[in-house]
Write a protein that binds this ligand. Sequence first.
Ligand SMILES: *Cc1c(COP(=O)(O)O)cnc(C)c1O
Length: 470
Amino acid sequence: MSDLLGQVHAAAGPYLASLASRPVQDSQALSLLAELGGPLPESGDAAEVVERLLRVGTAAGTASAGPRFFHFVTGGVTPAALAADWTAALLDQNAFSKISSPFAHEVEAVALGWLKELFGLPASWGGALVGSATFANFTSLGCATHWWGFQHGVDTAEDGLAELPRMPVLSSGYVHASARKALQMLGHGRNSVTVCARDGVGRVDLGVMRRHLDSLKGAPAVIIANAGEVNAGDFDPVGELADLAREFGCWLHVDGAFGLFARLSPRTSHLVAGVDRADSIAADAHKWLNVPYESGFAFVKDQARLGAAFGMPGAAYLPGPGDPAGGYALYGPESSRRARSLPIFATLAAYGKRGHRDMVERHLDLAQQLAARVDAAPELERLADVQLCIVCFRAVPTGVADLDDFNRRLGAALLADGRVYAGTTVYDGKVALRPAIVNWRTTEADIDVFADVVLELTHKLSQEVGTRAS
Ligand SMILES: *Cc1c(COP(=O)(O)O)cnc(C)c1O
């Protein structure tokens, strides 16, 4: 076995060293994927299998852990987090309960405590480490559902939703698809969200939200505040939504997948002011904390709600609610689970509060650098203020009639080129690029490469469009 691990270790050094300069995606190398298929073998050779996975993976894999992957919101992996993730695989703990692994349980307890400290949240809150922000939204809204059923005199964990009306959910146009997906998985349906937006960007209309709440005539409801929306990194006014939630007796959930990290810098903490008045918060560690996938986390103000919503009493061989031998499986959606706390623990311990604040502030600076490059280029147009780590802009070359079509082509050309990655979106009705900067490896030089490649492809594409037109 240690020879196999030696193969991985030998590949790691050169691969990690290559991240600073390799393309995000080498499209030529994708032909290697053919080496993975075929029928299930009768038998095989582990050394050959690992050699093949490493050879194909290091060539054809997407360098999303590298410094020039700006698509979605994608962090990398810090050295401490990577080593701790290898440790988690080595020890193969089941972080189900204190019996299945007292070690994993303890690391998780410490990691959750430190996360609360990092974000300035009360130590008394409950928490759950889950696979993603989608599952953190699921966990949070699962608790909200249980709370809401309780307001109607129904224990939804016991009896489900059948006796209940539809759960009212209100949010701005910033509500993330994964919050809708969570509502869909919880049986409310993704259309349960009433969007209260005042413009095409999706900014919240507090007056409309208030009128909706009034029309509920005291029936309990859930408000979702979005702290860091994905197109431009904007924020709902969490404090004002918290005021509404208090006035109308609502559950306030905050989706802060990456935006919660605005708490770490005095330059941006005002953007999430009031987040500590939420009932639940969802966030991701595999984004701005720079730990490996799959890593999200949820905080719930009323700790007991997690156990009420996610406990699974009734199996004689398992710990029941309140059992001191219980553990985090009784406070979240999963049962058996890997020790995903180890990389979180290690990265927080290794780089500390200051390390994480410095990283966030470096990314704030890099986002401003990119905004300045966009503003300086006549063929580019910035579409939104850069408050955090996302720069929303589009190409506006002269003589191009259909800018949406052009920017869609530009987005496709960026991915086909592969030197840098960014994705397109539709912002206020306009097709735009929305690079997000949350990788600890990204430098000023990487931002310049990104801007240079975008300009190069914009010129190339506008010549092609011009040639076609003439
Ligand atoms: C990324 C993101 C999510 C979903 O996160 P996953 O980890 O991909 O499940 C939810 N909300 C927001 C605001 C996000 O940016």
